[in-house]
Design a protein around this ligand. Structure first.
Ligand code: GLC
Length: 428
């Protein structure tokens, strides 16, 4: 039996065996599962997020795979891909079922306004970080069915083609996002300037700015390169690194399906993208996002600037600087986990900041694997232990206060289950 030793555990937190943790995660996932006549999917949090979200479903698939529930992962991803928009883009929310009491969902509790602004009945009209290929590949590696892969592959291919066709940044392989929600980090401060918001503002002000954007999308007829680009277009670091990884996964999946031409197409794009990423997002020190509307970098230190570790596109020497920022208590290292926004940023808001400082589980998953990739095993273990301590001590919360470790936001939130995919290396 694997015993996780938590070096940072508080005196009150019992050590938990891997089996107990698995049982708790399994039960949470089961409680959040829903089905329609044809599909099965998992709610990120029944109370606050009662629908299906795209990158959440990718995380869910990773969790199911680790639990040995590959069939459930297949269901989850099939449902996430069930309603592509005309053109092939996979939307970030699918409204399978409206809550009976019509309750407002989400942090701002004004979801009626948001739902109407998408301009679509059963799903949103924007997307989220393109993690799908990673999740599908992980499922295949965990014994997923090749018939299922053959069914999913054309949908994925259409999604990645649609992204490239509609979101391409100039003549590069980089992509632009057109709404902060597409980054997965609704209120990250790296989007403040474009939204014309000061470093401190209310959740309501923020939602208003994003809803205004949605109306602009409609007015632009969702045409990004000729219209939205003048309003809000960001070459986001995280989104593009996830895309880079996706291109690699698509190459591998095409290989499994014996489609050498398709595999070669994805490999060529990944190679191009690798140099574009470096040329446009790296200033020799930082991996900042780029404001494609005003043509300037966005020098805001969020955890996204550390993500090149996960994607594996930095040299060992370059990785050192990223790891330093990750370890620095003035930047990303809180006593409880990794801050989403560096402490030295004027926008840092540990209490009610959402993505402006509080600790979220998914960044720990990305950075755990990034640290391990570059051989920082002790740091990777620390990151895993910190997430485990938060989950075991505070429960499955959406995020956690970086200065006190107290749980915040949604309850019964699935992302904490990612801890199962962050295994310590077995000791020899
Ligand atoms: C929040 C998060 C977003 C997530 C959604 C559902 O809006 O910011 O990343 O997909 O909740 O969990």
């Amino acid at each position: 039996m694997t015993q996780r030793t938590n070096h940072f555990a508080s005196a009150t937190m019992p050590e938990m065996s891997q089996e107990t943790l698995e049982a708790i995660v399994r039960s949470l996932m089961q409680r959040n599962q829903r089905r329609t006549d044809h599909f099965r999917y998992t709610l990120p949090s029944p109370e606050l997020y009662p629908f299906q979200w795209l990158w959440d479903s990718c995380f869910h698939a990773l969790i199911y795979n680790t639990l040995g529930e590959t069939a459930q992962a297949q269901h989850e991803l099939r449902a996430a891909c069930a309603k592509p928009l005309p053109g092939g883009l996979i939307p970030h929310i699918i409204y399978w079922e409206r809550p009976e009491n019509g309750a407002q969902w989400g942090r701002e509790r004004r979801s009626d306004v948001l739902d109407a602004a998408w301009g679509h009945d059963n799903c949103s009209t924007i997307t989220q970080p393109p993690l799908l290929a990673h999740a599908v590949y992980d499922t295949v590696l965990h014994g997923g069915d090749i018939t299922w892969l053959a069914e999913m592959f054309p949908i994925l291919d259409a999604h990645y083609e649609a992204l490239r066709r509609t979101r391409q940044f100039d003549d590069t392989e980089l992509l632009m996002i057109i709404n902060p929600d597409e980054s997965g980090e609704d209120n990250s401060p790296r989007f403040d300037t474009l939204l014309e918001l000061p470093p401190h503002h209310s959740a309501d002000q923020h939602l208003n700015a994003r809803i205004t954007l949605l109306h602009e999308h409609a007015a632009c007829r969702y045409e990004v390169r000729t219209c939205m680009r003048d309003v809000f277009a960001v070459v986001d670091t995280g989104f593009n690194l996830v895309y880079f990884d996706a291109l690699r996964c698509m190459e591998a999946l095409a290989g499994i399906l014996h489609q050498p031409d398709t595999a070669a197409r994805y490999r060529a794009r990944a190679d191009e993208l690798a140099s574009d990423l470096r040329l446009h997002l790296y200033d020799g020190e930082h991996w900042y996002a780029y404001d494609a509307t005003h043509n300037r970098p966005i020098p805001v230190a969020t955890w996204n600037t550390l993500l090149p570790l996960w994607a594996g596109i930095v040299t060992d020497e370059e990785a050192v600087r990223l790891v330093e920022a990750l370890r620095s208590p003035h930047a990303f290292a809180s006593p409880y986990g990794i801050r989403t926004t560096a402490k030295h940023e004027p926008s840092y808001d540990p209490h009610d900041g959402f993505w402006r400082g509080p600790i979220w589980p998914a960044p720990h998953w990305f950075l755990f694997h990034g640290l391990r990739r570059y051989g920082y095993e002790a740091d990777a273990t620390r990151v895993a232990n910190q997430l485990e301590r938060l989950v075991c001590g505070e429960g499955f919360r959406e995020h956690y206060h970086p200065e006190t470790g107290i749980g915040l936001g949604a309850h019964n939130f699935t992302w904490g289950g990612l801890i199962l995919t962050m295994q310590p290396k077995p000791t020899q």
